[in-house]
Design a binder for this molecule. Structure first.
Ligand SMILES: CCCCCCCCCCC/C=C/C(=O)SCCNC(=O)CCNC(=O)[C@H](O)C(C)(C)COP(=O)(O)OP(=O)(O)OC[C@H]1O[C@@H](n2cnc3c(N)ncnc32)[C@H](O)[C@@H]1OP(=O)(O)O
Length: 203
């Protein structure tokens, strides 16, 4: 577990100034990771040790339960702030987590929530001091593991199969949409500026 950062989201350099076949492969891998995690029969609990923007938020939402560290961290789907958009399965996953209305506001504004705000809207289930995040996640895991596995798994599948089947049937189209979108000159310019701004913030 890395302190302060759960995940910085997708590595933008994987789709900045890349060839179409490279961005295709990158997106296919992300789809694989998501489908495996969201559809996992195992109990999955995200111990969110710090920042969790965009793709990081998606990974956390793909789990069954989320524990987030308190502190000056943020979580959310901030794609619009980067001049890009969240694909349909990011949107559906967020709708399944916090509901339609909150998702609509959240996505249009590219909102990044503090841990307290995220808990209030149900984006995370629990907040804990940073040095106790793993402990809280473990405690929660014990509860989940007491439930008969077959019943929990079937329930999870009933709740999640619609989205899993939808994405599975549209994978090629989704890859095509991603690559055509990120290869546009205007999007490449936005991504370049965003990467520069991250570096400037650092110096
Ligand atoms: C018709 C329909 C079509 C649909 C088409 C779909 C369209 C596209 C969908 C794409 C979905 C995208 C999802 C994403 O996840 S995009 C990434 C979003 N992530 C962020 O915005 C976070 C950016 N990072 C930060 O805010 C900070 O780094 C952070 C708060 C996480 C940590 O701060 P800290 O100060 O500790 O770290 P630094 O800022 O110093 O960063 C260190 C170095 O890492 C570079 N960096 C950071 N994040 C990223 C990233 N996500 N990708 C690439 N590089 C990143 C940063 O520039 C520093 O680099 P250097 O060390 O080289 O200076």
């Amino acid at each position: 577990m890395v302190p302060n950062i759960f995940s910085a989201g997708l590595d933008i350099t994987e789709f900045y100034q890349k060839k179409p076949e490279e961005t295709d492969a990158f997106w296919r891998t992300l789809q694989d990771v998501f489908l495996r995690l969201y559809g996992s029969k195992l109990v999955t609990i995200a111990a969110i040790s710090g920042h969790s923007p965009a793709g990081g938020c998606l990974l956390a939402m793909a789990c069954d339960y989320r524990v987030m560290a308190t502190g000056k961290y943020t979580i959310g789907l901030n794609e619009t702030l980067l001049g890009i958009i969240a694909p349909f399965w990011f949107i559906e996953t967020m709708k399944n987590t916090i509901g339609h209305r909150e998702t609509e506001k959240s996505l249009q504004l590219g909102k990044l929530y503090s841990p307290e705000q995220a808990e209030n809207i149900g984006l995370v289930d629990q907040i804990c001091p940073p040095d106790d995040v793993l402990g809280c996640a473990r405690k929660e895991m014990v509860k989940w593991l007491k439930i008969p596995d077959h019943a929990r798994i079937l329930t999870k599948q009933l709740m999640r199969n619609e989205l899993i089947n939808n994405l599975s049937s549209k994978r090629k189209e989704d890859i095509y949409n991603f690559t055509s979108f990120v290869q546009k000159d205007s999007i490449q310019r936005s991504l370049g500026l965003y990467l520069e701004s991250l570096k400037k913030k650092k110096s």
